[in-house]
Design a protein around this ligand. Structure first.
Ligand code: GLU
Length: 286
């Protein structure tokens, strides 16, 4: 019997939960183990896409699956002060810089540098605004230009490794101990132009604030755990264990997206399936 854990399920209320979410939520709840705690977090910083009815549907669908979670739950839009505080610590260490680039400019810069049009390089920021001098940064900020804040990845890794006395590591329950190397992801965004935080910053702050001991999530997010381990080091936060689980795919082998309406939990329910049947469809024991 494994030790009790604190786990969480962290959906975004930007669509209805589908079979993949059911698997992820059940996986997290079951990993908490006997005597453990299963928490819920509403990741609602993407203000343009979240809707209150999707949040209500999350509660309804999870309850229908037989899940219970501790209250109060954590809702990211209520925690902006926590993210601001973390950001201020990283800024004070000189690890963050303003980025004025638009998506279009970033794409053009990458194309100009001759990178392949598809693949991970597509998302890696080429560092344009990192090279701006102080006067130019001030001029743009004073002129009211919108900007995101990015982590100076190389600098941040160097600082963290020096502080730690060697390479950082993190542990994945499925794949074993990992040497932390987020450099390939480039200067990730810590605060977006439209909201003063980002997925990476919020998740790290939240997992620490909620006392999560085991982060469970889909294997599509595996690489991001390198970034999260780095941020934990820089912010002096505890390091949880990780378990990245398989993804549920449709009958063509494609990853389910929120628009996979036919496999939405509520659609399956309305089609007459029982909760036990839906759980069985995820491949888990009912
Ligand atoms: N909110 C993220 C998602 O919907 C999951 C975040 C996480 O588990 O780190 O995929």
């Amino acid at each position: 019997m494994s030790a009790p854990e604190v786990t969480r399920f962290a959906p975004s209320p930007s669509g209805y939960l589908h079979l993949g979410h059911a698997y992820s939520a059940l996986f997290a709840a079951r990993q908490a183990g006997k005597g453990g705690r299963f928490l819920l977090r509403i990741e609602d910083i993407d203000l343009a896409r979240v809707r209150p009815e999707y949040e209500a549907a999350i509660f309804e669908d999870l309850a229908w699956l037989g899940l219970t979670w501790e209250t109060p739950l954590r809702r990211q839009s209520d925690c902006l002060a926590d993210y601001a505080q973390a950001l201020a610590r990283l800024e004070a260490r000189g690890l963050v810089y303003p980025c004025f680039c638009t998506r279009k400019e970033i794409a053009a810069e990458i194309a100009h540098a001759g990178a392949a049009p598809h693949g991970p390089a597509e998302q890696v920021y080429p560092g344009t605004c990192r090279r701006l001098n102080r006067a130019e940064r001030d001029r743009r900020q004073d002129a009211g230009a919108a900007y995101a804040l990015r982590l100076d990845m190389n600098h941040a890794c160097g600082e963290a490794e020096t502080e730690h006395g060697g390479p950082l590591t993190w542990h994945d329950r499925g794949r074993g101990t990992q040497v932390c190397d987020p450099r390939a992801l480039g200067d990730v965004v810590l605060a977006r132009k439209d909201v003063a935080t980002s997925y990476h910053l919020s998740v790290v702050v939240d997992d620490a604030a909620q006392g999560v001991t085991l982060v469970t999530r889909g294997e599509d997010l595996f690489e991001f755990s390198h970034v999260h381990r780095l941020l934990q080091q820089l912010l002096g936060l505890p390091v949880p264990d990780y378990h990245h689980h398989r993804l549920i795919t449709d009958d063509k082998g494609a990853r389910l997206a929120k628009r996979a309406d036919a496999l939405a939990i509520r659609a399956l329910r309305e089609a007459g399936h029982s909760a036990g049947e839906v759980i069985a469809m995820t491949g888990l024991e009912p």
